[in-house]
Design a protein around this ligand. Structure first.
Ligand SMILES: Cc1cc2nc3c(=O)[nH]c(=O)nc-3n(C[C@H](O)[C@H](O)[C@H](O)COP(=O)(O)O)c2cc1C
Length: 202
């Protein structure tokens, strides 16, 4: 029997006092009981690569890592069957740090699903829609259901534990919907990738 899908939760914010830690804690709490997924956190703040300066585009030179750090991150991305990105929004886009991470890799992402939780004035929607475009170029599937935390919800989450619990409780059905779809895609695509590698090694 196939193993459960491994999902890397990518925390995009690299700021010290970041909002990201609230949704991260909630997602981890909500997923702790699930035996049908294996989740791992990838904190971009702890895994910042230098600005892109590779010899060849990663799509042309797969896994030609230029440093131990790039290899270590590449192996973590490679090992995942799918991704769940917790993203903030800067100037109606996603952050430079997240783009720099993505641009260092290619085959590690190909034929895998990517899903999103966004926060900001309009729930990080614009960052998420930009990320969907990038995901298409990486030959990924972007999962349709998304989770959004809107501007007016952010202040109460930051300051009031009871309000935080209420806001996150209201988002549970949305997160569950996302996870159902993410599970479907991660399972289907990991089976398809396995079939590909069996044909290649035959
Ligand atoms: C340079 C800059 C641009 C920003 N632009 C947006 C924006 O376009 N949309 C938005 O919703 N929030 C925007 N914000 C607010 C951030 O979303 C907010 O600071 C958020 O808390 C950042 O996430 P973090 O606390 O997890 O790092 C911006 C913040 C900065 C510093």
């Amino acid at each position: 029997m196939a193993s459960v899908p491994k999902i890397l939760i990518i925390v995009a914010s690299t700021r010290t006092a970041r909002f990201a830690d609230y949704p991260l804690a909630w997602v981890l709490e909500r997923t702790a009981y699930r035996t049908d997924f294996a989740f791992e956190v990838f904190d971009l703040r702890e895994n910042l690569l230098p600005l892109y300066d590779l010899q060849a585009p990663p799509a042309m030179a797969p896994r030609a890592y230029s440093s131990d750090q790039q290899r270590e991150i590449g192996e973590r991305l490679d090992a995942a069957d799918g991704y769940f990105v917790i993203t903030n929004e800067f100037n109606h886009g996603y952050t430079a740090a997240l783009k720099n991470l993505i641009d260092h890799y290619f085959v590690e992402f190909v034929h895998k699903p990517i899903s999103f939780l966004g926060y900001g004035n309009v729930g990080g929607s614009r960052a998420i829609e930009q990320l969907r475009q990038v995901a298409a170029e990486l030959d990924m599937v972007s999962v349709r259901p998304t989770v959004h935390i809107f501007g007016p919800q952010m202040a109460p989450i930051r300051i009031d534990g009871a309000a935080r619990a209420d806001i996150f409780a209201a988002l549970e059905p949305r997160l569950d919907l996302l996870l159902t779809d993410l599970h479907w895609w991660a399972s289907a695509l990991s089976a398809a990738r396995r079939a590909d590698s069996e044909i290649e090694s035959a």
